[in-house]
Design a protein around this ligand. Structure first.
Ligand code: ADP
Length: 194
């Protein structure tokens, strides 16, 4: 299976690149952010809870996110693999994902780290807030999300580096150029698997 994680700070372009990758490699896209926003729209119990965390820019508790992820993994879509977008965001989530995939006799083959400097991230999210009205793209919440990213999520870079799975990509470039780099990395890994 071709299981990959798309990784980076909020606003780095994970969602945009995921859409391209999914089409090119016939993967199943799991975006925890999209899943949560759907729950909020439907005003489910999980959605109502998620709304409070997301508006503050906080992370949801690991157990809630993992339960949501399990449900999707079990749906067993007939695809080449999964692309995880917005997950894992903590060491605990990363360890759980490793364990769940091992139980299925599979693994993460690459973690694509979209690296973008903070000033650009803030600018992109502010623009998105104006255009799409995402409730967490407001100045205070953007600052909080970046802070939480540095504290809770960035340590995953070392976690995956140790496993030899981390690929750093310069994310502050045109969408097509970023995607070309991603394609180079994935095609190389696929050829090695053969
Ligand atoms: P971004 O990458 O721009 O922050 P996402 O759409 O991935 O946006 O996530 C939006 C919000 O959803 C996060 O700020 C967080 O509150 C919540 N969330 C998403 N994924 C997770 C996760 N894996 N663990 C905890 N909270 C999450």
């Amino acid at each position: 299976m071709l299981n990959i994680v798309i990784f980076g700070a909020p606003g780095c372009g994970k969602g945009t690149q995921s859409e391209r990758i999914v089409k090119e490699y016939d993967l199943f896209h799991i975006s925890t952010g999209i899943l949560l926003r759907t729950e909020i729209e439907k005003q489910t119990e999980l959605g109502k809870l998620a709304e409070k965390y997301i508006q503050k820019g906080s992370l949801l508790p690991d157990d809630l996110i993992i339960k949501m992820l399990l449900d999707v993994l079990e749906s067993n879509p007939n695809k080449n693999g999964f692309i995880f977008d917005g997950f894992p965001r903590t060491i605990m989530q990363a360890e759980t994902l490793d364990r769940l995939l091992h139980e299925k006799n599979t693994d993460i083959i690459a973690v694509l780290n979209l690296d973008v400097e903070e000033a650009v991230l803030i600018e992109r999210m502010s623009q998105r807030g104006k255009m799409q009205g995402r409730s967490d793209d407001t100045p205070d919440t953007i600052r909080k999300r970046l802070e939480i990213y540095r504290i809770s999520t960035e340590p995953l870079i070392a976690y995956y580096e140790k496993q030899g799975k981390l690929f750093k990509i310069k994310g502050n470039r045109p969408i097509d150029d970023v995607f070309e780099d991603i394609r180079g990395i994935l095609d190389h890994l696929i050829n090695k698997q053969k």
